[in-house]
Design a protein around this ligand. Structure first.
Ligand code: NAI
Ligand code: MG
Length: 355
């Protein structure tokens, strides 16, 4: 029997409520496909920070290293500053494990009413590929003349040929999995003098190596407008760390609810584990009430299956989600206009996977 070791980090808030539903679905899929998922639980969270002064133990990354994948809920909670929880856990995991692709599907699901008019499932169906290790999110810079009226800060973005080329190549390879391969590059080379013209140069060069893939290039401002006005034009969108971060929340926002959106932080070479987590955070406003939508977490587990090479099993889970949402009589959580509880929706999807 195939066997995978999965590190499970529910984290904070609703992470603890949606994770059990993803594990429920994994159990069912494992039984169906004859695969075993050995799960090791880690309770690293803001709670850990309050008790120990650290988000994870000093050897935390070493303890994660030997797993096939990491399944994460959400981290962050009122009382602990967000830059502490993020830079204390998620960012080290992304960088040390070289998870240089942040991959987010943007798909309008059946049975969900989007905030944009007249869109059907199929109209909005694309991927955002965000660079996840460099770019605008850097610790390069400084602060001077603090506390005076001459106070100034400098924050430097850094783009390497290595880092830019590899994320673009990933986007092109992903596009080749589609019927009509097409990649759009998010740029701002009219306003940003060095990094974005460099980004465009690299995009043109990589595109030459993929003559079968149609390419487009949009400045980030009009690209945002087009996400809302004409989302059907996109298939794969490749973007720098900051642009990709913004686009990959805007995308799911346009499809209706953030509660269903999944993501993968991927080390494509498989030298290190990849991390799969819903796009949403710990939702302190509804945590503890049992009404969080578990679909983002379950779909993240499906992306994990696909990454592990269990492509059919991953597609099976996504199909089960779509099947449940297509049926008006199945449970729906309040963010989707229903009254169901987290567990009801999780169980319905697990049942649909069994069929
Ligand atoms: P959030 O995503 O936690 O919540 C935003 C809104 O969406 C809230 O009204 C919430 O109730 C709703 N929502 C989120 N997920 C939902 C779900 N599954 N079902 C139903 N409704 C859902 O974002 P917010 O409020 O900005 O951040 C809360 C905390 O989470 C902060 O500490 C933040 O740093 C952290 N966070 C962590 C992320 C991560 O772990 N990758 C990502 C985003 C935020
Ligand atoms: Mg974000």
């Amino acid at each position: 029997m195939q066997q995978y070791e999965i590190a499970v980090l529910p984290g904070d808030g609703i992470g603890n409520e949606v994770m059990p539903e993803a594990l429920r679905v994994l159990d069912v899929i494992g039984a169906k496909y004859g695969v075993r998922f050995d799960r090791r639980h880690f309770d690293w969270s803001c709670e850990t920070y309050r008790k120990t002064g650290r988000m994870m133990p000093e050897d935390g990354l070493d303890r994660l290293r030997d797993h096939h994948a990491i399944l994460l809920g959400a981290v962050g909670y009122p009382g602990v500053p967000d830059h502490i929880s993020l830079w204390g856990l998620l960012i080290p995991i992304r960088r040390v494990f070289d998870q240089y692709v942040n991959l987010r599907p943007v798909r309008l699901l059946p049975g969900v009413t989007p905030p944009v008019r007249d869109k059907q499932p199929g109209d909005i169906d694309f991927w955002v590929v965000r660079e996840n290790t460099e770019g605008e999110y850097s610790q390069l810079g400084g602060r001077q003349n603090e506390g005076t009226d001459r106070e100034s800060v400098l924050q430097t973005a850094s783009f390497s040929r290595f880092g830019t080329d590899r994320v673009m190549r990933y986007a092109f390879e992903l596009a080749r999995r589609l019927d009509k391969p097409h990649v759009t590059s998010a740029t701002k080379s009219n306003g940003i003098y060095y990094s974005m013209p460099f980004w465009d140069e690299r995009f043109a060069e990589i595109a030459q190596q993929y003559p079968d893939v149609r390419v487009d290039q949009d400045h980030i401002d009009i690209l945002c407008a087009r996400f809302v006005m004409s989302p059907e034009r996109f298939d794969v969108v490749v973007a720098s760390n900051l642009f990709g971060d913004i686009l990959s929340d805007l995308g799911p926002g346009v499809t209706g609810t953030i509660g269903v959106a999944p993501s993968g932080n991927i080390n494509p070479e498989g030298e290190h584990p990849s991390t799969f987590e819903p796009v949403h955070g710990s939702a302190p406003d509804i945590a503890g009430t049992g009404i969080a939508n578990p679909i983002g977490q379950i779909w993240s587990a499906a992306m994990m299956l696909d990454h592990l090479g269990l492509t059919e099993a991953g597609a099976d889970v996504v199909a089960a989600i779509e099947q449940v949402l297509s049926d008006d009589s199945t449970p729906r959580t309040p963010d989707m206009g229903g009254t169901a509880r987290t567990e009801d929706l999780g169980k319905a999807i697990a049942e649909a996977v069994k069929d």
